[in-house]
Design a protein around this ligand. Structure first.
Ligand code: T68
Length: 839
């Protein structure tokens, strides 16, 4: 057992550090070796890397626990208003390194481990990425949790503890293979099971109505199946402020422990059912990004975590309050897209059925507690549930939705008498479907988009009818990213350099980086930046060599597109352009061409055919180009397998060029764009999403804009007057590239392999639109912008200056700014302070 000096040794170290700025490496190492002994009966010398990771994590958790306890004590005592960030996805990324950064103990721990011959990077690499999200939406939730804690705002993240997160991607013969992500197999040190806060969640059955002695109606769900929702809390460590918030993610367990003896035949079946329900519910994350299919299990997942989270929130509230009318002063539920919007009806159900409030009182409370964020305008991502499924699964919740809808349709009819079109577009129940976005807008007191352009499109196009009815609800909150993970942790060289130049203030106030403007013209600063970028490119080259077996030249331009694979993001346009360049170099080997490495990383939803074919195409093009000795290594193509938060950190730091090339109007915001900018990459992009605001900040000289505007795209869509065949006919070089999809250049053994991609551009199949994402229309303009990059990069001083100016203008894109806006305009929270003195 541990002696008194090292009972909470690492916390002691930290407090020691804060008092006199010394760090006892000895005590830290002693803690790690104690942990190894107690957990594994091993010493540092014979422990595996995984065991070391576990032991180091336990030592770090020890410190976190003290602050976590202290924070929760303050929350209990001060009873501040709290935001519940409800999200089906939290794409957290690894915790160990990030927690050390936020405890401002990273360097000390790195050195301590160094002294015993342990490489902190190797230890960090032992941690699986908790990949409980698909892409931007899930990662945004994670950045928000970091900023909330860092700014000292009381917050809970509410989500699902999927047993399997986003699949691992393997590339085999150029094709994507999906491998289950068993992230919990070795145990996850940064989670805490909280069985004392478990709740029952009911599905199915029927609603029994009864009247009590006072003549009041009661509704009871009968003959249902249910599960027990058990929360696991993960600590969210604020930066250097002792604040530790909680991410509560819910696991499902069968309500009655499964036991053979205690059931007769009927109950036995029921027990098996409940066991299966619990297991299936949280088994796996749906791996689709910006696309939903109305799968019953997904609705179950949504109701499961929403109901459990609201129950826990109300239980917390009731510890301090008896009057539910005060709820809006103490809690706000922010709904991350439509996925958790069943919260509206669930809160109503609890208030009406269980708390016995009148409908009007319950509605008044609910509509002052819920707010909704929209992340997309793409029709296929809007959640609509067949009424049949919804009603069967959630019979009482459905009745409540029906009543909300009945009252809202009356409101529509009052305002627009006889206008059936308005009812068709705005009703919550229509055409046999439950439209979740409509319910969220009707009930939410705030509806926000995630970038200026996106919010304008919502107001003027997609949600125009709602905007006309409720203009006061609509507002914009441009997305942001956390600089703690994406600069301090991801790019320590650049982080230290920035700190030397402008001080460490940027870690909690990213606008401080604007002071770097003063260095943009300095040859010394430019040189220093160039050396850092090169070191990061060498680091990425090493990763690529280890993971892909490909040699890349760190002195070539690293041109990167990493994000989910989706047609609207236009990875296909990027690779068509690579094919175009290759043709040109082959035709004219002495042409002016700066060596370039095109780097891709992307997961495709398992059932998304064109997306998967695009991955295969990228790999096929890579095979041909990388093995063509005649081009002298001028052009390389790399597909990085299993793109995820942990390798993203390495990739952003090493990029020269950031590809943000979505069809204008389709990318609601983008957040990768900001991560590249933060790391000094120059963007080639369309006027879409937050690119528009990046352009406003950094100016035309430091960004490469091309392509149609969102207005042009939308007007072509409305008029149906775009014909890609015209473009194809009028551009011989482009025509050659498109033809190469089907002439065997990149698929000698099967000329038909890429036929579907060719068809998607020129030859639409039943129900499709030719080149729906305007790839051919934008191609020439894209190629011209790429040519400008080629020319500009040769002017080293100009390029480096632009890179520095990108970093200097990135301040707006911190999620700290975004969260402060949510707080000021929507949530109205007060900061807490947590004092560790005397602990
Ligand atoms: C993304 N959306 C937007 N959706 O595409 C991106 N969808 O522009 C934006 O920056 C980001 O959200 C943050 O606001 C998504 O990532 C999904 O992942 C998703 C998942 C399930 C269903 C629908």
């Amino acid at each position: 057992t541990r002696g008194s000096i090292n009972l909470l040794p690492f916390s002691a170290i930290r407090r020691n550090m804060m008092r006199d700025n010394t760090f006892s490496k000895k005590v830290f190492i002693k803690t790690v070796s104690d942990n190894l002994k107690n957990k594994y009966r091993k010493t540092i010398d014979d422990a595996t890397q995984q065991e070391l990771y576990q032991a180091v994590s336990e030592a770090v958790k020890d410190v976190i626990m003290d602050e976590w306890i202290a924070t929760q004590r303050v929350m209990d005592k001060d009873d501040p208003k709290v935001v519940y960030y409800m999200s089906m996805e939290f794409l957290m990324g690894r915790a160990l390194g990030n927690n050390l950064i936020n405890l401002s103990a990273y360097k000390e721990v790195k050195e301590a481990l160094n002294e015993i011959g342990v490489d902190i990077n190797a230890i960090e690499d032992q941690e699986p990425d908790p990949a409980l999200g698909n892409g931007g939406l899930g990662r945004l939730a994670a950045c928000f949790m970091d900023s909330l804690a860092t700014l000292g705002y009381p917050a809970y993240g509410c989500g699902i503890r999927y047993r399997y997160g986003m699949f691992k991607q393997q590339i085999s013969d150029g094709f994507q293979i999906e491998v289950p992500d068993n992230w919990l197999k070795d145990g996850y040190p940064f989670e805490l099971r909280r069985p004392e806060y478990c709740y029952e969640v009911k599905f199915g059955g029927y609603v029994q109505e009864s009247t009590d002695e006072n003549g009041e109606l009661h509704f009871e769900q009968k003959d249902y199946q249910s599960v027990l929702a058990v929360p696991y809390d993960m600590p969210i460590v604020g930066y250097d402020n002792n604040v530790v918030n909680s991410l509560m993610i819910w696991d499902a367990e069968p309500k009655n422990g499964f036991s053979l003896e205690s059931f007769d035949q009927g109950d036995y079946d029921k027990a098996v059912e409940q066991e299966n329900l619990a297991r299936n519910l949280v088994e796996v994350l749906y791996p689709n990004d910006n696309h939903v299919k109305g799968k019953e299990l997904r609705l179950k997942q949504q109701y499961f975590f929403v109901s459990a989270s609201i129950q826990r929130a109300l239980a917390r509230f009731k510890k301090h309050h008896s009057d539910l009318k005060d709820l809006p002063n103490k809690a706000v539920f922010q709904m991350n897209d439509t996925h958790p919007t069943v919260a509206v009806a669930e809160l109503m159900r609890i208030l009406v059925d269980e708390e016995h409030l009148s409908w009007d009182d319950a509605w008044d409370i609910t509509t002052r507690c819920v707010a909704y964020t929209n992340h997309t305008i793409m029709a296929e991502a809007l959640e609509k549930w067949p009424i049949e499924i919804f009603q069967r699964l959630l019979p009482r919740v459905y009745q409540i939705v029906d009543e909300i809808n009945r009252r809202f349709v009356m409101q529509i009819n009052e305002r627009y008498p006889g206008n059936e079109d308005k009812v068709r577009k705005m009703a919550i129940l229509y055409d046999g479907q439950v439209k979740m976005a409509n319910m969220a807008i009707v009930a939410g007191y705030s509806v926000n988009g995630v970038a200026k352009l996106h919010t304008e499109i919502l107001k003027n196009q997609e949600l125009h009818d709602f905007y006309e009815m409720f203009p006061e609800k609509f507002n914009n909150k441009t997305n942001g990213i956390t600089q703690r993970r994406f600069l301090a942790h991801a790019n320590p060289l650049l982080a230290d350099w920035a700190t030397k130049k402008v001080g460490a203030g940027w870690i909690t106030d990213l606008t401080m980086l604007s002071k770097l403007k003063a260095y943009a013209d300095s040859p010394v600063a430019q040189q220093e930046f160039a050396e850092i970028k090169r070191a990061n490119k060498v680091r990425l080259a090493k990763y690529i060599k280890e993971h892909n077996g490909i040699d890349v030249n760190p002195d070539s331009i690293f041109d990167v597109q990493v994000k989910r694979l989706h047609e609207y993001k236009r990875q296909l346009m990027n690779i068509l352009h690579v094919m175009y360049l290759y043709n040109k170099i082959k035709e004219n080997p002495s042409m002016d061409f700066y060596p370039r490495t095109f780097i891709f990383g992307a997961k495709a939803a398992a059932g998304y055919r064109n997306a998967k074919k695009t991955i295969k195409l990228i790999n096929s093009v890579a095979d041909v180009i990388n093995n063509d000795a005649s081009i002298d290594g001028k052009l390389k193509v790399v597909f990085i397998e299993d793109y995820k938060v942990s390798n993203a950190e390495i990739i952003f730091a090493a990029a020269d060029v950031s590809e943000q090339i979505s069809t204008a109007s389709k990318e609601a915001s983008g957040t990768g764009n900001m991560k590249f900018m933060l790391n000094g990459a120059l963007t080639i992009g369309t006027m879409d999403g937050a690119n528009v605001e990046m352009f406003d900040e950094v100016g035309a000289d430091n960004m490469f804009i091309f392509g149609m505007s969102s207005d042009e795209v939308i007007s072509h869509e409305n008029r149906h007057d775009y014909n890609p065949v015209d473009v194809y006919n009028n551009d011989a070089e482009l025509r050659k590239v498109v033809n190469q999809l089907v002439d065997g250049t990149y698929s000698p053994n099967d000329h038909e392999l890429f036929r579907e991609l060719y068809n998607s551009l020129l030859n639409p199949q039943q129900g499709q639109v030719a080149d729906r994402y305007f790839i051919l229309a934008d191609f020439r303009s894209y190629a011209n912008a790429q040519q400008k990059i080629n020319d500009y990069y040769k002017n080293k001083s100009a390029w480096r200056k632009s890179a520095l100016l990108n970093i200097a203008h990135v301040g707006k894109f911190s999620s700290d700014r975004t969260i402060q806006e949510y707080v000021d305009d929507i949530w109205h929270l007060d900061r807490i302070t947590v004092n560790m003195a005397g602990v």
